[in-house]
Design a protein around this ligand. Sequence first.
Ligand code: PLP
Length: 391
Amino acid sequence: MQQSRRISTLNGDSSDDGWGLFNLARKRKADGAQIIELTQGEHDIGTDARILQAMNDATRRGVTGYSPVPGMAALRQAVAERLTERTGVATTPDHVQITPGGQAGLFAAHCAACDPGDRALFIDPYYATYPGTLRAVGAVPVAVEARSRDGFQPRGTAIAEKAAGAKSLLINTPNNPTGAVYSPETLAGITGAVRDHDLWLISDEVYDTQVWQGRHLSPRALPDMAERTLVVGSMSKSHAMTGSRLGWVVGPPEVVENLTFLANATTYGVPGFVQEAGLFALSLGTDFEAEIAAPFRRRRETVLRLVEAQNVVRAIPAQGAMYTMLDIRATGLSGEDFGRRLLDEEAIAVMPGESFGHAAAGHVRLALTVGDDLLEDAVARLLRLAAALAG
Ligand code: PLP
């Protein structure tokens, strides 16, 4: 049977969705190989025992039936308060749709913004799921390059050049994979282009608690932006709850109302016991979030120290998020080929920059998601391989 064009072209022209090397590493691991994985944004600690206890308590209290499709009132309230406090924009529960993770939020937000065939802008380098997410809603993904020499801060003029006929722009700060935290000037350029071209701004802020330099600024707080911004958030990174699949979209109430109809037609809500656990996790406050973020700040320093001691590989110092990008072009290999050599020769898995777009070619992304000693060993071996290749 013929499958729909939409489902059979989710990866665009590529047979690979960007996760090819990751999948190969996982296969080798399943076959018994010892591999150091610096690939997925998955914490090396599990979800905190207290959060799991809250989840368990909720199941025992019988919170196991269907839950309200927009999300539990108390959780919507807690998310609204969190955004109000952090962004200064008055946010109430009717601005909040709870989703099964940020990824589902990205899909839902684009459903709200785009009709089939609409151009949907996104910034390259990008989180690997972005183009597929845009195609999944039937939109046409259009990349806007953020240049390495600009510190991967996108320029408003580059957005404006691609904006004719577009409906939306997707941004991500703090950024995966580059670690860029968008500056006030960058956000002014972005929001200027968005207003001039009457675009929806979809702002992926799932790393808002992981900032090492500068300050996280939400574009929703900028003048006249609350009405055209859909913020995507998640408990995955901030609270080490990746497997719980708990996130949200925050936007104008009339959009949230339709997002609830979309959830009726798709997910039918998020399990109540997961939402209870999320509510408890949010009640642990910012100290807990800082505790979850701390290892990534520390490991970032370790990588930068090791890279500084040689001159083949160049690090792009991350201002935020749980990754470090390394420029390995001096080896003469692409990120993809270097990643493959690293996997074959050192049993270390990284993400090739090419998985994140053209602008990240010749780079590899390290997820700082293994213990400090293991990371130090892996980076030392990576640098040795790079030196050998560079001759
Ligand atoms: N956005 C970005 C930039 C990410 O890196 C991720 C996950 O790695 C997500 C969204 C999705 O996160 P989740 O669906 O786990 O909330």
